[in-house]
Design a protein around this ligand. Structure first.
Ligand code: SF4
Ligand SMILES: [Zn+2]
Length: 133
């Protein structure tokens, strides 16, 4: 997003990054999605420069942070070939990991589909039952 990732020509040192972006950390103060933000951006794995999850990052390392950040927010989800499917979500749960955003979305969609199917299945059961009497 504009203002959260620096133009590579605009900075050279950690001090430049802090000067340019430190004040913008305030945007993350009230944001309820810090953990999700880190899960999506994956700053360590991506060697990210910029603001994500209430922290200012340089080359994937935290160089500044809001006062109230918690280490729990830092767990980056492990990604697998099955990510983005319900099976991927189950793999995360089996391995006691944070579920990645695409698996969470897939699990939500499957739940919604099952909920939508329920009335149809009940209707079919009633029709089957009526047919036997
Ligand atoms: S935590 Fe992430 S999504 Fe929330 S304001 Fe900060 S950069 Fe934006
Ligand atoms: Zn996943």
């Amino acid at each position: 997003m504009d203002g959260f990732v620096p133009n590579q020509d605009a900075w050279k040192t950690v001090r430049d990054l802090k000067r340019l972006f430190g004040a913008r950390l305030g945007y993350c103060k009230a944001c309820p999605f810090r953990a999700e933000c880190i899960a999506v951006v994956k700053p360590s794995q991506a060697m990210f420069d910029g603001i994500a999850g209430g922290r200012l990052w340089c080359n994937g390392l935290v160089i500044d942070a809001l006062d109230d950040v918690s280490d729990d927010e830092l767990a980056e989800p492990k990604l697998r070939p099955s990510c983005g499917t319900e099976a991927g979500a189950k793999s995360h749960s089996r391995n006691d990991e944070r579920i990645c955003p695409s698996c969470r979305q897939a699990a939500r969609e499957m739940d919604a589909r099952r909920q939508a199917e329920k009335p149809k299945q009940q209707e079919q059961l009633q029709l089957d039952f009526a047919g036997t009497t």
